[in-house]
Design a protein around this ligand. Structure first.
Ligand code: MN
Ligand code: MN
Length: 298
């Protein structure tokens, strides 16, 4: 257990350093590919492993977009970009995000997301109900006359598992549970404008995948591909970019077959219901007897 705590602390420190680097950098004119590669390269250089492909979600896309191997989309003036970073050390995961905004009239969304995150962390401790954290997040965001995204939430984290089953809502909810000692949670408020729908839906694109089963598919070739993916990523999400040693078309074909066999799942991009801008802030916390440790604080 002690080593696992140390791994979380180390993963958190790396994630925080990369996030702060990304916050300070001027991204206009850069491609999403350059941004992902810089973030993931920094994680590795600091001795961590990416826990999932760096998410680079623009404007009305709230989450789950990562760069394609040949990505040419650039950040433009006026954009709002969520950079969501995951780091793991031996399966102990830190999950954190920052929003950079190149449109001054939307900076308030970023401010509200960060403020809501800070307020949520302030109340998060052993014994507190997840619904009460949701209430604080909702209240803080609404005090800006903005809207929380109600169907996105924070989540418990376990070894090699980013979403370990429990959710920290971004609004008050009726069903709830209390935070317990030793648990690790990501808290992540998402904010949209007052005329946003406050709900995200699955978009057409999905380019982040994970293995859900190792059951045999009936094709030796596909089974071998699945085993190769398992060796590299286990249960953690991955992207086509991370298979640079495999022919891209072949990898696409294999992944699509494995998805049909339901042994791989894809995470569709999540798009704001009224196509309004979305901002996000995220930290990972650990609940200890001594209090709440924000492992992704610098
Ligand atoms: Mn995240
Ligand atoms: Mn998260």
């Amino acid at each position: 257990m002690l080593t696992s705590i140390e791994d979380y602390i180390k993963a958190g420190r790396i994630a925080a350093e990369v996030r702060e680097h990304m916050r300070k950098r001027y991204h206009v004119g850069r491609t999403l590919l350059e941004i992902c590669e810089e973030a993931e390269g920094m994680i590795r250089a600091k001795g961590g492993e990416p826990a999932f492909p760096c998410n680079v979600s623009l404007n009305e896309v709230a989450a789950h977009y990562t760069a394609e191997p040949n990505e040419s989309i650039e950040v433009r003036d006026g954009d709002m970009l969520k950079i969501d970073i995951g780091v793991h050390i031996n399966g102990s995961i830190a999950d954190t995000a920052v929003t950079v905004c190149y449109n001054p009239s939307y900076s308030i969304l970023v401010e509200a997301a960060e403020h809501a995150l800070n307020e949520a962390i302030r109340v998060a401790r052993i014994g507190v109900k997840a619904s009460d954290i949701g209430k604080v997040i909702e209240h803080t965001i609404k005090s800006y006359r903005l809207k929380p995204i109600q169907n996105l939430s924070g989540h418990s984290i376990a070894r090699y598992t980013i979403h370990a089953g429990r959710s920290i809502p971004n609004i008050w909810t009726i069903d709830s549970f209390s935070l317990q000692q030793g648990e690790v949670y990501a808290i992540e408020p998402f904010v949209t404008t007052e005329d946003g729908s406050g709900v995200v839906y699955n978009g057409d694109v999905s380019n982040i995948y994970s293995i859900v089963s190792r059951k045999r598919t009936g094709s030796k070739e596909a089974d071998a591909f699945l085993d190769m993916l398992w060796d590299r990523f286990k249960t953690l999400p991955f992207a086509l970019r991370w298979l640079s040693d495999v022919d891209t078309n072949y990898a696409r074909e294999m992944i699509s077959f494995l998805m049909k066999k339901k042994v791989i799942r894809a995470y569709p991009v999540l798009v704001e219901g009224n196509n309004r801008y979305v901002a996000q802030a995220e930290h990972t916390i650990m609940l200890t007897m001594d209090g709440t440790t924000i492992i992704t604080r610098v």
